[in-house]
Design a protein around this ligand. Structure first.
Ligand SMILES: C[S@@+](CC[C@H](N)C(=O)[O-])C[C@H]1O[C@@H](n2cnc3c(N)ncnc32)[C@H](O)[C@@H]1O
Length: 374
């Protein structure tokens, strides 16, 4: 804590309960005229004894009284809401420290890390509670127990062995176990380095994003092959999309007056791109991970549009595609490899580009909306 103490520091305590973590954080923040946002519905965590306790006791009042009695109340900013709602209130890059200790189920810990990481300043600290050992350092047998207990708050697979499976697995999936466990305290921490974002890449390389930009076909072919190797290694599925799909399906190659390269990935898989970051960097890419996934190298960029599942459809912005058409594993050959495209390609090219999609148009500008109807 002392390491990141600075005047006017802004801290978020996610899951405050009766104020254990809040008091530690407020002690440092108060000395530095900072504030601690305490985010909790004070309803307890589903499936734990805190949920039962919160039905009997007004836990928020206990928290409030404890903070008043310890002299920290003026430093505390309670926010009575769920973590996911609170995260959207803070703008990116504003917090010095975030402590995550709310719902310990796997999906919730994952969402907390993903939601709060962008809120940190460059060099800020993301940390949280309830880790004893990294997922990658458990033997296979224990990892399987963890994988089968992701919705449990805590498990005890052997005598004297306590594991919080959701926390352990989420830290592995999202941070690739790149964090520190602080002096056997069951607290994990990592320093947030400046995130490369779509806009920071676009600002650094405006020529690639200029509306008149035309791709260097060879550089884009190489980009496709390198990205394919990495996504395949991580078992992330992808499909050719927009002009890349049109060109390869219609003409057997990239369209030389296209402005970029486009792939589709599933939203749920795109979160995994956090783990690929190192490999992308090794191959010389600048990389903005989910939720704005994009790659840049040698003057060219590739968008990874993510499609989420909504009923029987996959949806991204204005675009809606029948989910089954992604699932069929329809492929085209290009550069000696197989590339997934959605099935019923001609129907969907008509939807994307209008009925005359077979006619090449050099002055075509992507409209941002489908031109044809389903
Ligand atoms: C383990 S306790 C926190 C303990 C606290 N950090 C301390 O050091 O004493 C977990 C807290 O998370 C809160 N919580 C659970 N799900 C939450 C959510 N989705 N958003 C915000 N808080 C949540 C619960 O109400 C509970 O108070």
């Amino acid at each position: 804590m002392e390491e990141i103490a600075k005047p006017g520091m802004i801290v978020a305590d996610i899951g405050s309960w009766v104020g254990g973590s809040a008091a530690v954080l407020a002690k440092v923040a108060q000395r530095n005229e900072g504030v601690v946002f305490c985010i909790d519905k004070w309803e307890g965590s589903p499936g734990t004894e805190t949920e039962e306790m919160a039905k009997k006791v007004d836990v928020y009042q206990v928290f409030r009284e404890r903070m008043i009695m310890s002299g920290f109340w003026s430093t505390i900013r309670p926010m009575v809401m769920y973590s996911s709602s609170a995260a959207s209130i803070f703008r990116d890059g504003i917090l010095d420290l975030v402590f995550i200790d709310a719902d310990h189920r796997h999906e919730f810990v994952k969402q907390d890390i993903l939601n709060w990481l962008p809120k940190l300043k460059d060099g800020g600290i993301l940390c949280g509670h309830d880790i004893f050992k990294k997922y990658s350092s458990y033997e296979q047998e224990i990892r399987e127990v963890i994988d089968n207990s992701l919705d449990r708050n805590a498990i005890f697979p052997k005598p004297h062995m306590c594991i919080h499976p959701g926390v352990t697995r989420a830290l592995y999936e999202i941070l690739n176990d790149n964090y520190t466990i602080i002096n056997a305290s069951s607290i994990w921490a990592m320093r947030a380095v400046r995130r490369t974002t779509r806009s920071s890449i676009a600002e650094a390389h405006p020529e690639s994003f200029h509306p008149g930009h035309k791709i260097d076909v060879k550089a884009c072919e190489k980009m496709l092959l390198d990205v394919k190797e990495i996504l395949d290694a991580y078992e992330i599925k992808y499909w050719l999309w927009f002009g890349t799909f049109l060109g390869i399906y219609r003409d057997g190659g990239l369209i030389e007056w296209d402005g970029d390269v486009d792939l589709v990935v599933y939203t749920e898989d795109l979160e995994k791109t956090f783990q690929c970051g190192g490999l992308f960097h090794e191959k010389g890419f600048e990389f903005s991970p989910w939720p704005d996934a994009m790659l840049y190298r040698d003057g060219e960029h590739m968008d990874l549009s993510d499609f989420r599942l909504e009923g029987n459809e996959r949806v991204s912005g204005y675009y809606r595609v029948e989910a089954a058409d992604f699932e069929a594993d329809t492929c085209v050959n290009f550069l000696g490899k197989k590339w997934r495209i959605i099935s019923n390609p001609e129907r969907w090219l008509g939807y994307l580009y209008g009925a005359d999609w077979r006619i090449p148009k050099k002055d075509f500008i992507t409209p941002g909306r489908p031109l044809g109807q389903k």
